[in-house]
Design a protein around this ligand. Structure first.
Ligand code: SAM
Length: 335
């Protein structure tokens, strides 16, 4: 590493970067996006070269894990070019892990190549195993396509973690089916508590709020839940199901149960660096990226921002609705 590592004011090394490479998506999940989204003009987005410079700068500053997300990252044109180039940091050993959060729709096309360039694990978002419900919640998605994508990922040797947003009255009745399917397929499974964002009306949101504490209670009716202190360095808390040996994760984005160990920051597809999920403080990295081909100013801007990383977050519901799209706001979902 060429530079001193990034350490925030609370002595937390920043080793995990999550980068959104596009605001576009081929699905319109009701809890995430409006059906008719106004997407950003291309010039606002970081180019693939700028994304490479930005990610590489973070790797040079000690980031060990890079998660690519969106929007839907695999719909960004030429995204494989980015993955191929950035994978040099895996080859050099500077980066421990390059990973992806995807809706799975494009995995049939991309799984083999992602595995070949050194990706080992991916997160795939999947809220239901029923085709009609899948079509309803994603508005534009087809379950078959996603299941085929997940199968392609498995065949390619990628370890798959399914991320399921827990939605009352929607996938409550599929809790055990999802667990059984993941067991049969050998996928990990994490539940995410729904955040009050996106296009859902206020009432629908409240209707669909299924606290993960209730998900656990429901699970405990059929399984013996063993508490585990295991962590993967992320926000999930885990239990083990004694009967099947499965590890099930829970992510509750609104609770402050992981700030102390927060090692992560995220960058939006326009180059805004967010230091914390629940705070609006943001640093513009696009300006220093575009001002010079030399990375000195970029690195300075990153360091200055990390020096402002807050101790923890205090999520404010009133801000959550603004802008609507989840991927612009959130850094902590398994996503
Ligand atoms: N398109 C990719 C995907 O589907 O995983 C990456 C972006 S998506 C915004 C990342 C994750 O955020 C997904 O697992 C999605 O289900 C989750 N998500 C979106 N809106 C959410 C909300 N309101 N509450 C909780 N999780 C949400």
């Amino acid at each position: 590493m060429e530079h001193a590592p990034l350490i925030d004011p609370f002595a937390r090394p920043i080793t995990y970067l999550r980068v959104s490479v596009t605001d576009r998506c081929d699905f319109r999940c009701t809890y995430c996006m409006a059906e008719h989204m106004q997407f950003l003009p291309k010039k606002e987005l970081l180019s693939l070269e700028e994304l490479d410079r930005l990610c590489s700068a973070f790797v040079g500053l000690g980031v060990k894990k890079l998660r690519i997300t969106g929007g839907e990252p695999l719909v960004r044109r030429d995204i494989l070019t980015f993955f191929r180039r950035i994978s040099r940091h895996l080859d050099s050993g500077a980066l421990d892990e390059l990973t992806l959060t995807t809706n799975g729709s494009q995995l049939v096309r991309f799984a083999d190549e992602l595995a070949a360039l050194g990706m080992r694990r991916i997160n795939v978002s999947l809220d239901t195993l029923k085709p009609e419900k899948f079509a309803a919640i994603t508005r534009w998605g087809r379950l078959d396509q996603v299941l085929e994508g997940i199968a392609a990922a498995k065949r390619a040797g990628l370890r798959v973690k399914i991320n399921t947003v827990a939605l009352k009255g929607f996938n409550e009745d599929e809790l055990f089916d999802l667990i059984a399917w993941c067991e049969a397929e050998g996928h990990d499974l994490t539940f995410i508590e729904v955040m009050p964002m996106g296009d859902m009306g206020e009432e629908l949101r409240l209707d669909q709020y299924w606290p993960l504490s209730d998900v656990r209670k429901a699970m405990a009716e059929r399984f013996t839940l063993q508490e585990t202190a295991e962590t993967t360095g992320g926000p999930a808390r885990y239990v083990r199901l004694q009967e099947t040996g499965q590890r099930i994760g829970f992510i509750t984005p609104l609770t402050h149960n992981f700030c102390e160990s927060c090692n992560r920051v995220r960058v939006t597809c326009t180059g805004e660096l967010f230091m914390c999920l629940g705070q609006e403080d943001v640093a513009d990295l696009r300006a220093p990226l575009r001002a010079s081909t030399d990375d000195t100013a970029l690195i300075e801007a990153i360091r200055a921002a990390i020096a402002r990383k807050p101790r923890g977050h205090d999520f404010d519901y009133s801000r959550a609705g603004v802008g609507g799209q989840m991927s612009r706001h959130m850094s902590h979902t398994g996503g």
